[in-house]
Every structure is written in structure tokens, then in C-alpha cells.
Ligand binder design. Structure first.
Ligand code: SAJ
Length: 413
């Protein structure tokens, strides 16, 4: 298929990118190993909730410009948007990238562009190129070499879940080429739909830029989370303190919470720590501070039910942040898990209005159930607010009936 873009991985980033490209007149083939995702997309449906995504996907499918399949195809441009989780030792798991690259390599004939969008440790684009060229010694990445050239670039996604369809178009983008020509070619693709600035650099700087952006946020959230521990010790309301301090013209402290979740901010800083363990001291400590928050919140709940034989605990929210259904790496889930383990005789009633069933991690725990607000708060000894969903913020708190409230988000101050 000529003049086509193959988007490899139709997840949180790949599918919106494929749909937006197709909506701008580009022929896009989505490739995903999951048959259910492929079937959903071909039916104009989306496998996960994201505002406006289904509208754009169904429109693109109906014009015939977006199709999905499980087999790899030949394309002029490959956009690789597969997961890059971390392993138990916090090092990056590049197996999804490697699998995608291994499937692409036999398709290449020369002159293709491979763009890595997955958030990746420094030098992953170089790793990707080396892997392709090891499989295909008839090709090169060097335009002066004489053999057919394949171009490699890294263009990290920076969109905020919940606002992906607008941010894809409006955010500035960093485009790192393994060669200047690769960067220019990648820029031409993003220029089709991106109204933000397109900033060209080399691939490794682009990789680091993405990691640094999320680490910046992680370190700043860790500062707020550390303040919450200090304030508890000193008997100060941390949210009032932050409100006041933020009146300084050059101070902007973020909000403490039960920890940092999602697939990005809780993961990406580890890639920097892995690349420069001796130097990345603050970044590592920030991760540890944020990772320590779920246990700290669980401790507070355990202390609050001390002396109650069979306590009932309402755990409000399971998502990793407000007003979304995404439960990935959610600190709220970790809090509930810890409570279930530490309080085997307690009834833990989770309320998550954005999902219809408990995630597998919690469903297997005998003392955790999914309830409505009314069911959970009626008769609860402790109410733990773990996610500041609008619905909870606006709820009638008279129904809490004097239960002990542990507000990990400061939403009910
Ligand atoms: N959080 C706090 N306090 C705050 C802000 C956030 O505890 O003041 C928590 C949230 O509750 C959540 C976590 O941090 O658990 C992360 O939420 P988020 O809204 O800060 O970020 P994400 O993970 O949804 O998206 C981030 C964004 N990165 C930055 O803002 C630097 C997004 O632009 C990236 O594209 C995305 O990561 C990604 O895919 O890397």
C-alpha cells in the first residue's frame, strides 16, 4: 500500500493519532495484536473512553481512510505507539518495541520513515534502528552510504488523557531525527494535523525531553506530597498552607494526594534513573516519596478503625485521577489493596462511578466490593476520599452520618 501510514499499537495514543491523521486525509492502517481492538476500530468504535475519540474514529472509518488489522503491512511511514512499561527492577521493558520493529523490518524496501512515539529511555531510537538494520543488512540509515535508506525519528506524545483529541492538534511537538532528513520527514507528517510548533532536534534529546517533562511534574507533586507528611506532623492543614504560599508571585506548589498514578508520570522518571543512577538523586527520591503515599493513606485509615471489630470502610474513587475511567497504576487501587490485606475483617466498599466492575486486582479480594455512593456511605465507619471526582466533590456530605473522613485529595475542605 503506497502513501500510507501504519500506526502500530492502537492504544491510548496510537488510536487517536491514527484517527486524527485519517481525518486529515491520510490513508492510515492501524495494526494491533489485539483482535478485539481491531474489530472495534473497524466497526467505528473505541475500546476505551476518551472524549470525542469515537466521533473521529467512526468518521475516519466511514470514509475508508482508517482501517485496522492484526497483520503488519508495508507503509511509507510507521508510527510506533506501543507500551513501554517497566520491569520489576524499574528498568524499561522494550519488548513491545522490539516485537513491533521485528514485524516491520521484513516489510521495508527503502525510503520508509519509522517514527517511535512510545515514551522511551534515552537512545531507544538508536536501538530501534540498530535492530532493524541488523535484520536487514541490505538497508542503511546513513544517506551517504549508497544502499537504500530507512529513516528513524522519535516524536514523543505529550497529550493529557481526557483532553487527547484537542491536545493532539494544539500541543507543540518535539521531533528528534536520527538524521536531519529523518526529522524533516517526520515534521512533514505531523504538519498535516498539528497546529502547535514543530520543534526539531536529535532523537536522544527528544527522548529525554519527554522524560524530563514528566519527571518535572513528578518532582513537583513529590514536593506537595512531602509537605502533606510534614504538615500532618505539625498539625497544619496542608491545602490551606499551599493556597497561601501560592499567593507568592513566583511560587506554584501542586496538590498532594494519595500518590501519583497513570502510565506516564509514575513510570518515566525511572527511565532517567536507569540511565544515570548516580546523578538522578532528586528524581529517584521524588518517585520514592510519591510511591510512599498510598501506604501512608492506608495507615491513616487503619488507625481510624482501631478498636472497631468489623469496620466498614467506604473507599471513594479508584481511577488514577478525577473524572476519568482509567485505572492504570492508580494509587487509589493500591490503597484499597493495602486495606484489604491489613484489615481482613473489614468490609471495604469501593465507589467508582466510571466503571461497572472491580478491576481484576481488587475483584479477587474477598473483602472488597463495588458499591454506589449511597450503599457505601450508609453505615460506613470511615470514608476515605481517594479521587476527587466532580461527583464526589458535589455530593451531599450530610449522608456521611458522622463517619470519620480521610480526605486524601483535600476536596472536602
Ligand atoms: N497529581 C497529583 N497532584 C497534582 C497533579 C497530579 O497528585 O497536583 C496526580 C494525579 O492525581 C495523577 C498523577 O498525578 O495520579 C498524574 O496525573 P497528571 O494529570 O499530572 O498527568 P497524566 O499522567 O494524566 O499525563 C501526563 C502529562 N504530563 C505532564 O503534564 C508533564 C501529559 O501531558 C503526558 O502526555 C502524559 O503524562 C504522558 O502520556 O506521558
Amino acid at each position: 500500500m503506497e502513501n500510507a501510514v501504519a500506526v502500530v499499537g492502537l492504544g491510548y495514543i496510537g488510536l487517536p493519532t491514527a484517527a486524527v491523521l485519517a481525518a486529515h486525509g491520510v490513508r492510515v492502517i492501524g495494526v494491533d495484536v489485539d483482535e478485539r481492538i481491531v474489530a472495534a476500530v473497524n466497526g467505528g468504535k473505541v475500546p476505551h473512553a476518551e472524549p470525542d475519540l469515537e466521533l473521529v474514529v467512526s468518521g475516519a472509518v466511514s470514509t475508508g481512510l482508517l482501517t485496522a488489522q492484526t497483520e503488519m503491512v508495508h507503509a511509507d511511514v510507521y508510527v510506533i505507539a506501543v507500551p513501554t512499561p517497566f520491569l520489576a527492577d524499574k528498568s524499561a521493558d522494550l519488548s513491545y518495541i522490539d516485537a513491533a520493529v521485528d514485524a516491520i523490518a521484513p516489510q521495508l524496501v527503502g525510503d520508509e520513515l519509522l517514527i517511535l512515539e512510545s515514551t522511551s529511555p534515552p537512545r531507544t531510537t538508536e536501538h530501534m534502528a540498530a535492530r532493524v538494520l541488523a535484520a536487514r543488512p541490505d538497508l542503511t540509515a546513513d544517506p551517504a552510504d549508497g544502499r537504500p535508506v530507512v529513516h528513524f525519528a522519535h516524536c514523543p506524545e505529550r497529550v493529557l488523557p481526557g483532553k487527547i483529541m484537542t491536545e493532539l492538534v494544539s500541543n507543540d511537538r518535539i521531533i528528534g531525527g536520527l538524521t536531519p532528513e529523518a526529522a524533516t520527514r517526520a515534521r512533514d507528517l505531523y504538519a498535516v494535523f498539528c497546529k502547535g510548533e514543530l520543534l526539531l532536534t536529535d532523537a536522544t534529546t527528544a527522548e529525554m525531553s519527554k522524560l524530563v517533562e514528566n519527571s518535572f511534574r513528578d518532582v513537583n507533586i513529590a514536593f506537595a506530597n512531602e509537605l502533606s507528611l510534614i504538615c500532618d506532623k505539625l498539625g497544619i492543614d496542608v491545602w490551606e498552607l499551599i493556597d497561601l504560599a501560592n499567593h507568592h508571585p513566583r511560587v506554584n506548589i501542586l496538590q498532594p494526594g494519595p500518590g501519583v498514578g497513570g502510565h506516564c508520570i509514575a513510570v518515566d522518571p525511572w527511565f532517567i534513573v536507569e540511565a544515570a543512577p548516580e546523578q538522578a538523586r532528586l528524581i529517584r527520591t521524588a518517585r520514592e516519596v510519591n510511591d510512599g503515599k498510598p501506604a501512608y493513606v492506608a495507615d491513616k485509615v487503619v488507625a481510624a478503625v482501631d478498636g472497631i471489630e468489623t469496620p466498614r470502610i467506604a473507599a471513594l474513587g479508584l481511577a488514577f485521577k478525577p473524572d476519568i475511567d482509567d485505572l492504570r497504576e492508580s494509587p487509589a487501587i493500591e490503597v484499597v489493596e493495602l486495606l484489604a490485606e491489613r484489615l481482613p475483617h473489614a468490609r471495604i466498599e469501593a465507589v467508582e462511578p466510571h466503571v461497572h466492575e472491580l478491576p481484576a486486582r481488587l475483584a479477587k479480594l474477598p473483602n472488597v466490593t463495588l458499591r454506589t455512593w449511597d450503599e457505601a456511605v450508609a453505615g460506613a465507619d470511615v470514608v476515605a476520599l481517594l479521587v476527587d471526582h466532580t461527583q464526589f466533590k458535589e455530593a451531599d456530605r450530610a449522608s456521611l452520618n458522622g463517619a470519620t473522613v480521610i480526605d486524601a485529595r483535600g476536596a472536602w475542605r
